[in-house]
Design a protein around this ligand. Structure first.
Ligand SMILES: [Zn+2]
Length: 86
């Protein structure tokens, strides 16, 4: 589900050296894990300081659940997450 507008604060920050891990699916809680995926075109040779702006912006998709891969809706959010799609 593409989003209509993307806003930026114009701030920059140092990216963490280690990736944050996604929490594993917990079938006891059944909680969805909502994410928004943002894509920028990247060119080799810009390692170290990558500028993410409208010049290399490609698209935004979501929000959707990282576990069940379903797009967000109030109805889905009110139901338990079933985990990986089958
Ligand atoms: Zn889910």
């Amino acid at each position: 589900m593409p989003m209509g507008h993307v806003y930026s604060t114009g701030h920059s920050w140092k990216a963490p050296q280690e990736e944050k891990e996604f929490p594993p699916y917990d079938k006891r809680s059944g909680e969805h894990f909502w994410v928004i995926l943002v894509a920028y075109k990247w060119n080799p040779g810009t390692e170290g300081e990558t500028i993410l702006d409208k010049d290399n912006f490609m698209n935004v998709n979501g929000p959707g659940c990282y576990y069940c891969e379903m797009p967000y809706s109030k109805l889905l959010a009110s139901k338990r997450c079933k985990g990986e799609p089958k």
